[in-house]
Design a protein around this ligand. Structure first.
Ligand SMILES: Nc1ncnc2c1ncn2[C@@H]1O[C@H](COP(=O)(O)OP(=O)(O)OP(=O)(O)O)[C@@H](O)[C@H]1O
Ligand SMILES: [Mg+2]
Length: 476
């Protein structure tokens, strides 16, 4: 690596900027009010001190130390303690006057060298620059800070630039030329929900691959690099989650929390999958519920989505430690008959000629499973497969009838729906009691509830338990 890096202290950021900020660089951090500039900077300093032993100075023109300290405590940052230990200095310049501008620069420089700081934040450079009447003076301070603080003292510096509401342009047209890196924080909307975006305009010494990423402020500043599958190191058996009187657990704590406790008993759930969503991402949302049903000794009937065959489904369940005996007893995977097909105890053949015949066989299987277990059944249905076999009209009747039957038997239905039939999406949306959407933005997989309405959640893969589970983090 040609440039020496310092970790940014921001979760997820270093891997997209080549390991961190260039040491001793000047980074412009710009954004509208409330976009997370202060939280970003605080994390940069706090982690710098605590994790990397780099002392820090925070220069504030906007809030006093009490406000800063108490706001940052919410994120687990105890700056007071660090200040008492001589590792951190909060420089309050709220009342600094115009005439004092040159002296202010001296004060900042003195603090940095007295503390021995390797990290400096100026919140904000916009406020500092306003103290100078002439543009050339602004240029001079920038160069002073740049050469004396960053290069000479080897102190990595964040310059916060405040963009007025509605403006994405950065600053005054000076700092961006001098800066080694420029990061812009944005608030935007997706499906009428809050989306936070971080854009990297430049980063010296790094060919930045992903210039736009999604981030959240939930429990601190966290950037989400593009979704990555994770290998499962030590496979272990799926641990079921308990249901409540009103609801079936989804099998995932995160998904249960997102939905206020799981899927209501007797409900039909529509999971609408965007065209950019991979089979694995879809699987992460749906599979925990299947596993939870099977692990509780209940029956599951599945009509896999296009591209997912019964062998794959069976393997998914073996991967989470379900036994062959459990699979044979409780699982029924529908397979459209083809030449040479060898039935297995867990397959249910659909002839695909007459939907009424096939549906009768489906109902029979449902009855059998209910009788065998004394419990309701989970129906997991890839609507695209039904459309392929029977056409749109018959698919609607099939799913309508399922929804009614599921309500009567207090079971559960999960209908997976892929793009291509917008009219059908509307019909199924109206039919469903719960409606989730899975989509993608800047490489991150996002999940949100249409019914009930929820925030956007970022979907990641969690393999800490020895099997694949969804990790969901709200964007707030
Ligand atoms: N404890 C918390 N957990 C999560 N988010 C929080 C918390 N406290 C505040 N926020 C959010 O943080 C955002 C403000 O972050 P921050 O103060 O870093 O923004 P900023 O860009 O510095 O704003 P300003 O321009 O007003 O200084 C707000 O949108 C607020 O909703
Ligand atoms: Mg701020």
């Amino acid at each position: 690596m040609s440039v020496n890096r310092v970790p940014s202290g921001i979760d997820g950021l270093d891997e997209i900027i080549g390991g961190g900020f260039p040491r001793g660089s000047l980074i412009v951090l710009a954004g509208n009010p409330g976009t997370g500039k202060t939280i970003f900077s605080a994390s940069f300093l706090y982690r710098g001190i605590v994790d990397y032993g780099e002392k820090g100075v925070y220069v504030s023109f906007a809030e006093n130390s009490e406000t800063f300290f108490s706001n940052m405590r919410a994120f687990g940052f105890n700056f007071e303690k660090l200040e008492r230990a001589g590792k951190f200095r909060f420089l309050d310049l709220i009342t600094a006057r115009e005439e004092a501008a040159p002296a202010i620069i001296e004060t900042i420089l003195r603090e940095v060298s007295e503390v021995g700081a390797r990290r400096l934040v100026i919140d904000s450079f916009s406020a500092l620059a306003q103290m100078f009447k002439e543009k050339h003076e602004v240029r001079i301070i920038l160069h002073t800070i740049l050469s004396r603080v960053t290069r000479f003292l080897d102190c990595t510096t964040l310059l916060i630039v405040e963009n007025p509401y509605g403006e994405d342009r950065i600053g005054f047209g000076i700092e961006e030329f001098v800066a080694d890196g420029i990061i812009l924080l944005k608030r935007s909307r997706l499906a009428d929900r809050l989306l936070r975006e971080l854009e990297i305009f430049k980063m010296r010494g790094t060919p930045v691959q992903e210039t736009l990423t999604v981030f959240t402020l939930k429990d601190g500043f966290k950037v989400f690099p593009p979704f990555k599958p994770k290998p499962i190191k030590k496979p272990s058996r799926f641990q079921p989650r308990p249901d409540t009187e009103e609801r079936f657990s989804t099998g995932s704590l995160d998904l249960d929390e997102m939905l206020g406790g799981g899927y209501p008993r007797g409900s039909s759930v529509l999971i609408e999958i965007d065209e950019y969503i991979s089979a694995l991402q879809c699987h992460l949302i749906v599979a925990p519920t299947d596993s939870n049903f099977l692990a509780h000794g209940r029956g599951v009937i599945a009509i896999p989505s296009r591209g997912v065959d019964h062998n794959l489904v069976k393997r998914w369940f073996e991967d989470v430690g379900l036994t062959r005996e459990e699979i044979n007893r409780l699982l029924r995977i529908c397979v459209k008959e083809y030449a040479g097909f060898k039935p297995e105890p867990y397959t249910l053949m659909l002839k695909g000629e007459n939907i009424l015949d096939d549906y009768a066989r489906y109902m029979e299987t449902e009855q059998e499973l209910m009788k065998l277990t004394g419990q309701p059944v989970l129906n997991i249905i890839g609507a695209d497969t039904l459309i392929d076999i029977y056409g749109v009209k018959e698919t609607i009747s099939f799913l309508r009838d399922r929804a009614t039957r599921i309500r009567e038997t207090k079971g559960l239905g999960i209908f997976i729906f892929k793009p291509g039939y917008p009219r059908l999406a509307k019909i199924l949306g109206a039919l469903a009691d719960v409606h989730l959407k899975v989509t993608r933005e800047h490489g991150a997989a996002l999940v949100y509830g249409v019914k009930p309405g929820t925030n956007l959640y970022v979907l990641e893969m969690d393999v800490s338990r020895g099997y694949a589970m969804p990790k969901l983090t709200p964007i707030i």
